[in-house]
Ligand binder design. Structure first.
Ligand code: PEP
Ligand code: MG
Length: 312
């Protein structure tokens, strides 16, 4: 029994009734890979590539990037690796992508918007990804607001031979139009950190408004549900890689809302795996429905717990 418990503690993510929910790791570079493997991650769900190059004044070379991406593919021989292209600006300043002076950087030229203005940096990164391309490699863009941006990114990737291309859904416009975005790309991944920031118009760097970043806020759950439903209808995966996946109770709710995989910091993986394994998909769905029917974050959390009897 103890062996089985240990195997389950490391095995693939699934609900009590066997519905698979791949549990993946958020990483910022090769130094995070050991922890991810040791925590039993099934792959990488969010490779925050800007963290490889935070303090640099020169754009990273293609060769250096190739090594960093290959290391992740090698650490997870059977698992997928979702690499996000550079997400510079606002809370992630990058010296080699100079920022214009803006009154509201979170609403300015960040993420894909900035990336598009630096074709050399983009060519180096997509080139490095194409050089290590494998069926297990997926590439996604941050801060996508429109279908035009998704189409442009998909075309740039496919022109280089990258075949599994997605976008993050972290701006409400992308959630509202997820169906349209999904006609351009192969998958979406929800970023609840920014999605909360933009849904509630509350800068994630301003502590005074942090109550409006509570990932249990019902409008955020609505946007997740809307995105997941669009992906289900399109027959395409809808991952989630914001910090909300690291809360085991909320992880069950997110699965109940229709999210198909969860990615989080390695430290959170064992608890999420255990709580998910203690509940059926139907319990997760009931918890999700109950949470969405509430008005406040605290009510949503309490209402979800009622349906998750396996909580310690
Ligand atoms: C997010 O916004 O939820 C996300 C996963 O990306 P980051 O936290 O790196 O902006
Ligand atoms: Mg984000």
């Amino acid at each position: 029994a103890r062996q089985a418990a240990i195997a389950a503690a490391k095995g693939p993510g699934r609900t009590a009734d066997g519905h698979p929910v791949p549990l993946l790791a958020n990483i910022g570079g090769p130094a995070d890979l050991d922890d991810a493997v040791n925590a039993g991650a099934e792959g990488v769900g969010l490779y925050r590539t800007e963290f490889l190059f935070l303090d640099r004044t020169e754009p990273p070379s293609t060769e250096e990037q190739r090594r960093a991406y290959r290391a992740a593919l090698e650490a997870f021989p059977g698992g997928k690796v979702v690499v996000r292209t550079l997400d510079g600006g606002a809370d992630k300043p990058l010296a080699f992508l100079p920022a214009p002076a803006e009154p509201n950087p979170a609403l300015g030229e960040r993420g894909l918007r900035r990336f598009r203005r630096f074709p050399d940096v983009m060519a180096a990164q997509l080139g490095a990804l194409a050089a290590v391309a494998s069926e297990r490699l997926q590439v996604m863009a941050p801060m996508v607001a429109t279908a035009e941006e998704a189409a442009w990114f998909a075309q740039e990737c496919r022109a280089r031979g990258l075949t599994n291309v997605g976008v993050m859904v972290e701006i409400p416009s992308a959630a509202l139009r997820a169906r349209e975005l999904l006609t351009r790309v192969d998958f979406v991944s929800i970023g609840t950190n920014d999605l909360a920031q933009y849904a509630y118009a509350a800068d994630r760097q301003v502590g005074a408004v942090s109550a409006l970043h509570d990932p249990w806020l019902p409008a955020l759950l609505d946007l997740v549900a809307m995105t997941a439903a669009a992906a289900t209808r399109a027959g395409k995966p809808c991952g989630l890689c914001g910090e909300s996946a690291a809360d085991p109770v909320l992880a069950c709710v997110l699965v109940g809302l229709g999210v198909s995989s969860l990615s989080m910091g390695a430290a959170a993986l064992p608890a999420v795996r255990a709580v998910l394994a203690a509940h059926t998909l139907e319990q997760c769905q009931r918890a999700a429905e109950a949470a969405r029917a509430q008005t406040t974050a605290a009510q949503a959390r309490a209402a979800a717990r009622v349906h998750l009897s396996g909580l310690a």
